[in-house]
Design a binder for this molecule. Structure first.
Ligand SMILES: Nc1ncnc2c1ncn2[C@@H]1O[C@H](COP(=O)(O)OP(=O)(O)OP(=O)(O)O)[C@@H](O)[C@H]1O
Ligand SMILES: [Mg+2]
Length: 416
């Protein structure tokens, strides 16, 4: 099965001496199993996996240095060619669920029968072999000469919409900006991705509901294809835009790692012209991946002391991690001309010019909410819609300028 001798190579990670002995004995009864090593602690297991690349790691739930669930997560992230089967004393539903969510392909208890263990390990090894062939195909795509190897699709632009404070109109802006980019160029392929991975709500602005989400792509990260991505996205008929929703439940957010999100965005870049990413103010790894990947960051702020403070802290952070300010388009998303904190004052406080203001329009916002249609569709002739079309022009110009300069990117999550 694993090549030359059709053996299923297994690493056993077990801290309890008695259980270790018992599992070793059971494994010894199975012909096709080669127990290549045993480890008492998680750290050691990671080193062995790195060196010996077993097809399957049998990981006990209780380990002294880290629990088996955390170890499973690391193995699946760092060594996707090794499958994990979690062992526990009891098959409590929550433990099974945790194991599966962490990426384990199966679950057994210590009193597993020889027959069941054989089946579980054979299945796990088959999956590992499949993963390895996908991974080598993916490694080909991600090789250093990727530009030469995959010039087929457009090199789409990622536009991250970020507000350092919640509730200031970030998601409204992202939804409308995606539409404005579509309106500007009917041939442009524009998608809207929800990077607000906990409580993401951009699809609600289009009155869409569904169970499919970015989670479905994470499970097939090394096997993404356009058909899958299009099936997972919600297609909003009235506007013609496709939306990749955030996970349906907040507790799933941790599954969307920075690397996963970065890979999804890089895949989308090859198939769409503009990928507009809604985010939330908390800088999760997914948000950081979106910011890192983006050609343009629409930085949303507001005429309030705390929004200005947070925006300034964000700009400091942006600077500290070595990103250039050329990518940032600073926007006040709910501009009130009567506020004593004028646009100029916002710019002065931030030491960064406000590039554009979108007027506050409560009637239009309420109507958009009630109809489930962004302002650009529900109140086309509003000042907000006009200003947004102007923002789309600015974003396109900035994205084109970014294409010309070889911008330093952290590429924090994708190493290609
Ligand atoms: N220009 C505007 N004029 C009036 N109301 C607006 C405007 N932009 C957004 N709103 C309203 O402000 C509220 C918050 O908007 P939105 O959800 O876009 O903000 P957010 O920054 O994404 O919030 P969150 O932090 O919850 O994700 C919504 O009720 C929305 O309709
Ligand atoms: Mg939002």
């Amino acid at each position: 099965m694993s090549g030359e001798r059709d053996m299923v190579t297994v690493l056993l990670v077990e801290n309890n001496a008695q259980l270790m002995k018992h599992m070793q004995k059971t494994l010894g009864l199975i012909d096709k199993i080669e127990l290549i090593n045993t480890c008492l602690i998680a750290q050691e297991a990671l080193e062995v996996i790195r060196d010996q690349k077993p097809l399957v790691a049998l990981v006990d739930y209780n380990l002294p240095d880290m629990n088996g669930i955390n170890l499973t997560e690391i193995i699946r992230r760092e060594f996707p060619g090794t499958q994990v089967v979690v062992i526990s004393q009891d098959n409590y539903t929550d433990v099974v669920l945790q194991a599966v969510r962490a990426g384990a392909c199966d679950f057994i208890t210590h009193d597993v029968s020889v027959k069941e263990l054989t089946d579980v390990l054979t299945r796990a090894a088959t999956l590992a072999i499949q993963d390895r062939s996908k991974l080598s195909a993916f490694a080909g795509l991600a090789a250093p000469d990727r530009k030469a190897a995959a010039p087929s699709g457009p090199q789409g632009k990622v536009v991250a919409v970020y507000g350092a404070k919640g509730g200031i109109g970030t998601t409204t802006l992202a939804a409308n900006l995606a539409l404005a980019l579509m309106d500007r160029d009917r041939d442009a392929r524009v998608v809207l991705v929800d990077g607000a991975i906990q409580y993401g709500d951009v699809h609600l602005m289009f009155n869409e509901l569904g169970q499919a989400s970015v989670m479905d792509l994470v499970q097939r990260l090394f096997d993404l294809d356009l058909e899958l991505v299009e099936n997972v996205m919600l297609f909003n008929r009235p506007t013609g835009i496709s939306i990749l929703p955030a996970p349906p439940r907040p507790e799933f957010a941790e599954k969307i790692t920075g690397e996963a999100f970065a890979r999804i965005l890089e895949f989308m870049r090859r198939h769409y012209d503009y990928i507009v990413v809604n985010t939330h103010s908390y800088i999760s790894d997914a948000v950081l991946a979106a910011l890192d990947a983006s050609e343009v960051v629409v930085l949303v702020t507001a005429q309030s002391i705390n929004a200005i403070r947070n925006t300034r802290l964000f700009l400091d952070l942006w600077n500290a991690i070595g990103m250039t300010k050329d990518r940032i388009q600073l926007v006040i998303a709910r501009h009130d001309p009567t506020s004593p904190i004028t646009t100029d004052r916002v710019g002065e406080r931030l030491k960064f010019p406000v590039n554009l203001v979108l007027p506050e329009d409560n009637d239009a916002a309420r109507k958009a909410d009630a109809l489930g249609q962004p302002i650009l569709r529900s109140t086309r002739d509003s000042a907000y819609s006009k200003a947004l079309n102007g923002l789309a022009d600015q974003v396109v110009k900035r994205a084109e300028a970014a294409e010309k300069v070889e911008e330093p990117r952290m590429r924090m999550f994708v190493t290609s």
